[in-house]
Design a protein around this ligand. Structure first.
Ligand SMILES: [Zn+2]
Length: 238
């Protein structure tokens, strides 16, 4: 067991080191899937995978971090702490549950303190069947020029246009237009991409390797950015 504060790191590079050290301390093998680019400080980037439990376990719990890059600081801390928590590990073993820790689904965003991947993709909006037509976000089309105006920083006329949109449609509609995700503007916000990203393809390979033999799979994907500070909140259950 380590202290809670010790489990958290100030950079991606440090977070990765702590995760790898925690796996080594627990005598668990590490699978590293190398990212094609380097990090903010020139460090290697990877999606690191550690499995705690037998390869043929019927019950699998996945604990993943860094879907939204910079949000990985919290998820990594949870993973590092859990790997050092012998009581938790013994409990999972006794229940026949294998735990699969996936560190940094989006290592590029984690290191560069960005929400998106190096393809400017919002990763949890990237899991579509790309052979099918992609959803169209007509409202985003309307607000796209307001979000990324030609002049930067935005000028007064841009601010007036944003306020006019909100006055006409309401703040909730403004937010929904942006955060629903879109597949049309590759430079824009909440871009879901037009093809599977590196993270999508790598994660699918990890799941093919580790998920096939389990008949029951639970998955906790750790995020931050919503809700009160320091409070765990189940934002989606399905
Ligand atoms: Zn998130």
């Amino acid at each position: 067991m380590i202290g809670i504060v010790q489990a958290f790191a100030p950079t991606y590079a440090r977070a990765r080191t702590q995760f790898l050290e925690a796996a080594a301390t627990a005598s668990l093998p590490i699978e590293s899937h190398r990212h094609p680019l380097l990090g903010r400080d020139g460090e290697d980037l990877a999606m690191d995978v550690v499995r705690d439990g037998p390869p043929d376990a019927d019950k699998l719990l996945i604990v993943s971090s860094g879907c939204h890059g910079v949000e990985g600081f919290c998820g990594s801390g949870v993973q590092v702490f859990a790997l050092h928590d012998q009581e938790w590990r013994d409990l999972a073993h006794a229940q026949g549950v294998a735990v699969l820790y996936i560190h940094a689904l989006n290592p590029y965003g984690f290191s560069h303190l960005r929400r998106t991947t190096h393809e400017n993709v919002d990763l949890n909006r990237n899991f579509h069947d790309f052979r099918q037509p992609l959803p169209v976000n007509a409202a985003y089309r309307e607000v796209a020029p307001l979000l990324l105006p030609d002049a930067w920083p935005p000028q007064a006329d841009n601010e007036r246009a944003v306020q006019a949109y909100i006055a006409e449609h309401g703040g909730a509609a403004w937010q929904a237009a942006i955060t629903r995700g879109q597949h049309e503007f590759a430079q824009g916000l909440y871009f879901g991409g037009t093809a599977p990203t590196w993270s999508n393809q790598t994660l699918r390979a990890v799941l093919r390797q580790h998920g096939r033999r389990a008949s029951r799979v639970g998955w906790i994907d750790l995020h931050t950015g919503l809700g009160p500070s320091g409070l765990g909140e189940r934002i989606y259950c399905g």
